[in-house]
Design a protein around this ligand. Structure first.
Ligand code: PHE
Length: 583
């Protein structure tokens, strides 16, 4: 029971101690930390693709509506929950009702499983920074390079793509080295590839990529050693392990002393990727063909606004991108000083995240336009999202630019700095929760939780890593996140009362929040979430990716989701500790 609280010092009679809650060094530090958590790989490799696939400019409209109707109200909810209770997620829900502590642990669990694989992606980035410096992804000639199929001698360098096709070669016959088809140069899709002093014709981009021992081949086969199915372990990849160790050391170091360290680190982890993003936008839009890409990215297809999918895609992207529903923003809110403008910060963070995602799209689509123009193919042939974009398509593009190595290194540094503050925000959410309950020193908890996540990540360094990562990612982001957000809005919007919370937010902001907030929290968000869940169930009636509905992989995902509340309950029932351990 808190008897009185003054500034950030609280006298707790039950515990008989004077507890000082750590707080952010400044408002900027807090805002940057939350922005850092929100902007991540999703802004670069997910948003642009989702926007393009859902009708470009029209998607932006849907995105902004969802941002203001769901994302920002939820940010306010999570910040105020932490701010009011001065506890990370488990303690915050316990303060609402003692029987709700497990729910807080559930949210922490979802975030914890995410950081297990986020660090793996960081390890890929660490390795690719090196691969970029040495252009390692293009050193192997394609395994299919059979000289009989050559169509002429050339002076070109090894592994060069020849565009446009020279006039004098039009109409010459060639045999595609990959599928053996007989073609004529100039027919649609012809790509000429120089290799070993000879010229080959390929009839599709895929064939050309395979022929060249493309970055795709390198990424999936050499680098990851991806196996043909999830239950085949394949090889343990030591370079990935080294990158993984480096990533974890960096993550733990960034949160070593909690907000004190985070508050300083975020100036670098937010400002550096912003700077680099500007560089990549400038580089992108000055490339020939950039306009083609931007046209596809931004041309609005207004009819799409009438379709359900675009709204679903926008809502999912808003939740994922703002990092709500992972216990992070509750923990970050709990470190706010008493006086703070919660609503103002939520708006700044939401808008900064959206602007970064939009700019990420400019950089990506300008480069994709260049690639499509260079190869003389349609943009749909080069567009991609997820790891395929960052680790396959982009390396392709970078390789053909002047200053390839430097741009490659900077690109992966940008991804690393984008990812690290998302990763450490997840660790901090878990650390703060454990620390609140057991009063262990911050450093010790960092090591314990970081160590546990490290161990759980090890299987993802094998050939089946990408499979596992994909399943965990899918289940945590579709089911885990939706359950948490739904629980939050039901608890706050209905059980506690939206109006009461709105008043609290208004009292702790520079301006008052209107009734719209209640409508969003009580009606719009729950309805959106239920719709997401319904859609998810419907979508899963067809096989999940390559897996059948009832396959073991699917069961594995569900075990994870169902295990989390059980673990949450165990942790909630475990006895906490009253005494503070010295740092
Ligand atoms: N918001 C991050 C992004 O856009 C992803 C993320 C989700 C990070 C959850 C942490 C927790 O990439």
């Amino acid at each position: 029971m808190h008897l009185f609280s003054c500034c950030d010092i609280e006298f707790n009679l039950d515990r008989g101690i004077l507890a000082v809650r750590e707080t952010w060094n400044s408002r900027t530090a807090f805002v940057l930390a939350a922005i850092g958590s929100a902007i991540g790989l999703g802004n670069i490799w997910r948003f642009p693709y989702v926007a393009y696939a859902n009708g470009g400019g029209a998607f932006l409209v849907a995105y902004f509506v969802c941002l203001f109707a769901a994302g920002i109200p939820l940010l306010m909810l999570e910040f105020s929950l932490g701010h009011k209770t001065r506890q990370a997620a488990p303690g915050a829900f316990k303060a609402i009702h003692p029987r709700l502590e497990w729910f807080g642990w559930f949210a922490v669990g979802v975030g914890f499983l995410i950081v297990c694989y986020y660090a793996i992606i960081m390890s890929w980035c660490v390795n690719y920074t090196w691969e970029a410096a040495t252009l390692g992804w293009q050193k192997d000639p394609g395994q299919y390079a059979v000289l009989e199929h050559s169509i002429g001698e050339t002076e070109l360098e090894d592994m060069e793509v020849l565009t446009p096709v020279p006039d004098e070669m039009l109409g010459m016959p060639y045999t595609d080295p990959i599928d053996g088809s007989e073609c004529l140069i100039g027919d649609e899709g012809t790509i000429l590839v120089a290799f070993d002093g000879r010229l080959y014709g390929c009839s599709t981009l895929d064939n050309a990529n395979t022929f060249m021992g493309s970055p795709g081949d390198f990424f999936f086969n050499d680098f990851l050693g991806l196996t043909s199915e999830p239950w085949k372990m394949g090889q343990f990849k030591w370079p990935l392990f080294i990158g993984f160790v480096i990533s974890w050391i960096a993550i733990v170091a960034c949160v070593w002393k909690g907000t004190k360290t985070v508050g300083k680190v975020v100036y670098f982890t937010v400002l550096i990727p912003w700077g680099l993003l500007i560089l990549f936008i400038i580089r992108g839009v000055t490339l020939p063909g950039a306009g083609v890409g931007l046209h596809y990215y931004l041309t609005p297809v207004w009819e799409n606004l009438m379709k359900g999918e675009i709204w679903l895609a926008a809502l999912t992207q808003v939740f994922y991108s703002l990092s709500v529903g992972f216990a992070i923003m509750i923990a970050y809110g709990s470190f706010l000083p008493k006086k703070h403008s919660i609503a103002g910060s939520a708006f700044i963070i939401g808008i900064a995240d959206a602007a970064t995602a939009f700019c990420g799209g400019l950089a990506v689509f300008a480069a994709l336009g260049y690639q499509a123009t260079k190869l003389g193919v349609h943009i749909t042939e080069v567009v991609s999202s997820g790891p395929g974009l960052a680790f396959v398509v982009y390396p392709h593009i970078i390789t053909s630019l002047p200053g390839a190595r430097i741009f490659g290194v900077l690109f992966f540094l940008m991804l690393l700095t984008l990812a690290i503050d998302s990763a450490f925000s997840l660790l901090e959410a878990a650390t703060a929760s454990v620390k609140d309950k057991w009063k262990i020193s911050h450093k010790k908890v960092n090591l314990i939780i970081g160590g546990l996540a490290f161990l759980l990540g090890l299987p993802m360094l094998t050939g089946s890593g990408l499979w596992i990562l994909d399943i965990v990612d899918h289940f945590m982001n579709s089911w885990g996140l939706t359950f948490v957000v739904l629980g939050e809005v039901i608890i706050i919007g209905w059980a506690v009362g939206a109006k009461k919370y709105r008043n609290y937010i208004s009292d702790n902001s520079n301006f008052r929040i209107g009734q719209w907030w209640d409508i969003c929290v009580r009606w719009l968000i729950p309805m959106g979430i239920l719709w997401m869940l319904f859609h998810e169930v419907k979508a899963r009636a067809v096989p999940y990716g390559n897996f059948g509905l009832r396959s073991m992989e699917f069961v594995f995902g569900w075990i994870l989701i169902l295990l989390l509340p059980v673990l949450g309950d165990i942790l909630a029932n475990a006895r906490g500790k009253a005494r503070e351990e010295p740092e």
